[in-house]
Write a protein that binds this ligand. Structure first.
Ligand code: HEM
Length: 374
């Protein structure tokens, strides 16, 4: 099953406690009521989001003060291509956010049941056919240097800067963009006036957009430098058969058939999905955003109808991205029981050994075994 054999290093997910290493305090009593409240609130918010982008609930309007608005007229907005774009993003958003919200609800339910029963009466997690999907990756070269006292280093300074900048620019873009995208909402009008009006929002959105684009280039440059100069493959982020195995394993765990959650290597499958969702979302936002930013230039090639398509894609993808960050990224990053209340690894680059064991059990075993052999 690829489970860690050293009894010291087994994390008991049924009790949700670390065994060995500095102990994480047991979850506070208010944890489950709080999480259930947050998840239910998110489900309601998701209902509103889906209603808002449901193509039949109201027509798509072009924001009247947008730079590109002179290039679009009312008939462009009702064109078939705009309708197809709206349906595409509606189905994509519903297809991504409904299943993930349901999975989160089921996962929280499972954790509540485990916490109440103390012990689960799950099957032994021995499913040999699942093992066929598994292949332990080679130990990365720099593993032992990563162990420092009670901590294991996970992200270098470049990765942390990339995440800081992405987080900051995303928050600014989401706030300024969504305030501008829904100018009819009274609350949004109030916030807009506090920020100094639509022109200020546009300026701030443009500046934040260039910062985000620069961050994306930094990220690609970092990967390229790592690959070509330092011969470090970014393959840890690529999908592998083990991810499929882990998804099946998690499903069996959620339905109470497995005792333990999967043991991961450098990235959990959910983290990979998170990364690739952003990898898809960024080009969509950048390409559509740049076209809207320079409408005169692009109007040489594209008709008004396409400005409407571009604006639709930008607004709807913005809603999907914001919904994804608030619901999925926040839950798996910070709110789930093993991370609550805040996961500092992305800010400090380091993770407590005991937590590393919980999150990346198989890599942890590899790293510490190497360290012992030093
Ligand atoms: C980094 C790439 C991005 C660029 C280049 C960009 C650029 C733009 C531009 C030029 C506009 C039209 C502004 C106007 O003419 O008044 C706009 C609107 C908007 N942006 Fe962005 N943006 C980017 C990323 C984002 C992100 C990450 C979000 C939210 C998560 C976002 C949300 C919005 C929204 C909701 C609107 C209003 C759409 C509409 O007018 O219908 N943008 N953006």
């Amino acid at each position: 099953m690829g489970m860690v054999t050293d009894p010291e290093s087994i994390f008991d997910s049924t009790k949700m406690q670390n065994i060995g290493g500095p102990k994480k305090p047991v979850l506070p009593r208010y944890y489950f009521p709080l999480i259930i409240g947050i998840v239910l609130a998110e489900a309601v918010a998701l209902g509103f989001i889906l209603f808002d982008i449901f193509p039949l609930s109201h027509s798509f309007e072009v924001y009247p003060f947008a730079q590109y608005s002179p290039y679009v007229n009312a008939s462009d907005v009702t064109q078939l291509s705009v309708t197809i774009t709206r349906w595409f993003f509606f189905l994509l958003t519903a297809g991504v956010l409904i299943p993930t919200t349901l999975i989160i609800i089921m996962e929280v339910t499972r954790r509540v049941l485990i916490a109440r029963k103390g012990e689960s009466n799950a099957w032994d997690d021995e499913f040999s056919w699942l093992d066929k999907l598994d292949k332990v990756p080679p130990v990365p070269a720099d593993t032992t240097a990563r162990v420092q006292g009670d901590y294991i280093t996970r992200f270098d300074i470049h990765q942390r800067i990339q995440h800081y900048v992405l987080m900051g620019s995303f928050i600014v873009l989401a706030v300024t963009g969504l305030l501008r995208g829904f100018p009819d909402w009274p609350t949004f009008q109030w916030f807009t006036s506090i920020f100094g009006g639509t022109e200020v929002l546009r300026l701030v959105h443009d500046i934040a957009a260039f910062i985000m684009i620069a961050d994306g280039i930094y990220h690609l440059g970092y990967i390229g430098y790592g690959y070509f100069v330092k011969h470090k493959s970014p393959s840890a982020m690529f999908p592998r058969w083990k991810d499929l195995k882990d998804i099946i394993h998690t499903a069996l765990w959620i339905f109470g058939m497995y005792k333990h959650e999967p043991e991961y290597d450098h990235f959990q499958y959910g983290q990979k999905i998170d990364y690739w969702v952003i990898f898809w979302g960024m080009p969509v936002m950048v390409i559509t955003g740049i076209i809207m930013m320079f409408p005169l230039f692009f109007s040489q090639w594209i008709p008004g109808e396409w400005f409407a398509v571009v604006a639709t894609a930008h607004r709807d993808e913005a809603i999907l991205a914001t919904g994804f960050i608030l619901i999925v990224h926040m839950y798996y990053g910070h709110l789930q029981s093993t991370a609550f209340p805040v996961n500092t690894v992305m800010f400090t680059g380091k993770m407590l050994k005991s937590k590393y064991r919980q999150w990346f059990g198989r890599e942890y075993a590899q790293i510490t075994r190497e360290k012992e052999q030093e």
